[in-house]
Design a binder for this molecule. Structure first.
Ligand SMILES: *[C@@H]1O[C@H](CO)[C@@H](O)[C@H](O)[C@H]1NC(C)=O
Ligand SMILES: *[C@@H]1O[C@H](CO)[C@@H](O)[C@H](O)[C@H]1NC(C)=O
Ligand SMILES: *[C@@H]1O[C@H](CO)[C@@H](O)[C@H](O)[C@H]1NC(C)=O
Ligand SMILES: *[C@@H]1O[C@H](CO)[C@@H](O)[C@H](O)[C@H]1NC(C)=O
Length: 508
């Protein structure tokens, strides 16, 4: 899968800018702004105090003010209490009632694999979350923190199709009247379809379900309204898996994203293959192991990682990519092995440590920085596991996060992550440990606080429950979709043709 790694002059330019910005952050605050800052802080303080008093009274939730502050900042939004405003205005979603061959049959047929693909039954169990984690006796430390009861599951990284659909079914502004909907959800399990038909099948078989879906969709009255501009679907794998044409080796994946119908829709993937704003595939977070059922689950977890002991400066979980000259995995593994401040879990064939969610989460919880070099593709699910553990991610390529996840991660990446360009690591003249040690403690603390604040929006809540006020990754994604759809509908109405969908991919 090394064909998925693409580097361009364009991306390294963005890298340079971000890097300079993060270096500037280490400087002192200029003096004239200091007084203003103080005044602002005082004002914010009082607003916060007033707010917390009120919200504690209203919600009756007995949590410490600090906890509330942490998670309040994390994207809470009071959902329209005033009665005369319709809270679903502009947010209504209609779900297409697809024939079960596009979704439910894939779940019930999870075990009929032909021997060509791995049995998916465990992975699709529990609404797509997988099996609940259990904490072994004597592992102490945990106190049940990493168990199914607290919302922890052995979730597979490509399980988003089912999780997202489950969350959608409990969305608070569903409508059965498609003409009243701001957007139309297409619950086709494109990622599962890939897994079922990729290995050992020809092009026609791989594309069959996608073509079938296209025929079904374009025949609907909902489609004709806007040629599908208001439709969206979730394909819980990387976009490369659905663009067979563009890959240097045109033997990988389906051609879903090349179908005329798909080009008009918004497609959510865990890694986009187009530059931000250029394509209609949008990156959303990989599912992590954490699926809170209540707001309190989130608050307790945040509290826990906030006070976690972090004896390791840095850590790494992953396998080398020996056949890939562009990979810096072996350099990372060597640098980590040579440092007394770095810990890693072996993933090489045979070693299964890195597949044990509890071990991974415990390591990330005890590390300040978590190294996230590209693997089979630019992005990694591990980056989200790390942030959920309160560990500051260290990226080596801008496409690993900064050019993805626009809805979920802050635009200023220096606020929550460290960037170390891969060239230096590959050339062997950059010490990751020294680079991280040079970051002042106050800057590290600020990044940790930002990561903590981001946690709610990086996790997918358990689809069988509903969070109260916390916005999770699903909520953020739906907001993004609604905004994107509204924008392209405006363009349809005003007759502006959209710029060509695939006018630029990174390799060009
Ligand atoms: C839509 O219709 C179904 C079946 O009639 C019903 O169960 C569901 O509650 C309706 N949903 C909404 C949002 O009205
Ligand atoms: C499968 O499709 C790809 C492009 O999508 C094409 O390059 C390749 O030749 C096709 N393979 C066969 C066996 O037709
Ligand atoms: C996609 O949208 C355009 C209008 O923007 C329309 O002409 C075209 O027919 C649509 N494609 C499909 C497959 O409906
Ligand atoms: C490290 O090596 C790279 C690639 O050879 C080079 O571009 C860079 O300037 C070097 N950096 C330092 C700090 O020597």
């Amino acid at each position: 899968m090394s064909r998925q790694r693409r580097h361009t002059a364009c991306t390294s330019h963005i890298v340079g800018q971000g890097y300079r910005r993060s270096m500037e952050m280490y400087g002192a605050v200029p003096r004239p702004r200091f007084l203003l800052l103080l005044l602002l802080l005082a004002a914010v303080f009082w607003v916060c105090v007033l707010y917390f008093r009120l919200s504690v009274l209203i919600s009756g939730v007995a949590v410490a003010p600090m906890e509330r502050m942490v998670s309040f900042a994390a994207g809470y939004e009071s959902r329209s209490d005033d009665g005369d405003k319709d809270p679903c205005q502009g947010r209504r979603v209609y779900i297409h009632d697809l024939p079960p061959r596009f979704n439910a049959d894939m779940l019930s047929g999870c075990g009929s694999t032909d021997g060509r693909w791995p049995n998916m039954c465990e992975q699709v169990s529990n609404a797509g979350l997988g099996e609940p984690l259990t904490e072994l006796e004597g592992e102490g430390e945990g106190e049940g923190a990493l168990t199914g009861a607290a919302g922890w599951y052995a979730t597979q990284q490509f399980a988003l199709d089912a999780i997202f659909h489950g969350r959608m079914l409990r969305y608070d502004c569903l409508t059965n009247d498609s003409s009243a909907a701001a957007a139309v959800f297409v619950p086709f399990y494109a990622g599962f379809d890939f897994a079922r038909h990729h290995w050992g099948y020809d092009n026609a078989t791989r594309d069959a379900a996608s073509l079938d879906l296209e025929r079904w969709l374009v025949g609907r009255p909902e489609w004709r309204r806007a040629g599908g501009r208001d439709h969206f679907l979730v394909a819980g794998r990387t976009a490369w898996d659905f663009r067979r044409h563009t890959c240097p080796s045109p033997t990988w994946g389906t051609n879903l994203l090349f179908l005329p119908a798909a080009k008009n829709m918004t497609v959510l993937v865990v890694e986009s293959s187009t530059a931000p704003g250029r394509g209609n595939d949008m990156a959303v977070p990989y599912p992590t192991y954490f699926h809170p059922r209540t707001d309190a689950d989130v608050l307790h977890w945040q509290q826990r990682i906030k006070s976690a002991d972090r004896p390791w400066l840095m850590s790494f979980v992953g396998a080398p990519r020996p056949g890939d000259p562009r990979s810096i995995r072996s350099q990372i593994i060597a640098q980590c092995g040579a440092s007394s401040k770095c810990r890693q879990l072996g993933c090489a064939s045979g070693a299964s440590q890195c597949h044990t969610p509890g071990d991974i989460m415990r390591l990330f919880q005890s590390s300040t920085f978590c190294l996230q070099p590209p693997g089979d593709s630019y992005t990694r699910r591990s980056a989200f596991d790390a942030m959920v553990a309160g560990c500051v991610p260290v990226f080596f390529h801008p496409a690993s996060a900064y050019l993805q996840y626009r809805w979920h991660l802050p635009g200023d990446h220096a606020t929550y992550s460290v960037f170390i360009p891969d060239d230096g690591v590959r050339a062997g003249n950059v010490s990751i440990e020294d680079t991280l040690r040079r970051i002042p403690a106050t800057v590290v603390r600020r990044m940790q606080e930002e990561v903590l604040r981001l946690v709610p929006r990086l996790v997918y809540a358990d689809p069988r429950y509903s969070l109260d006020t916390v916005k999770d990754a699903f909520d953020v994604a739906v907001e993004g979709v609604l905004e994107k759809v509204a924008e392209s509908m405006r363009k349809v109405q005003t007759g502006h043709p959209r710029s060509s969908w695939l006018d630029k991919i990174w390799s060009e």
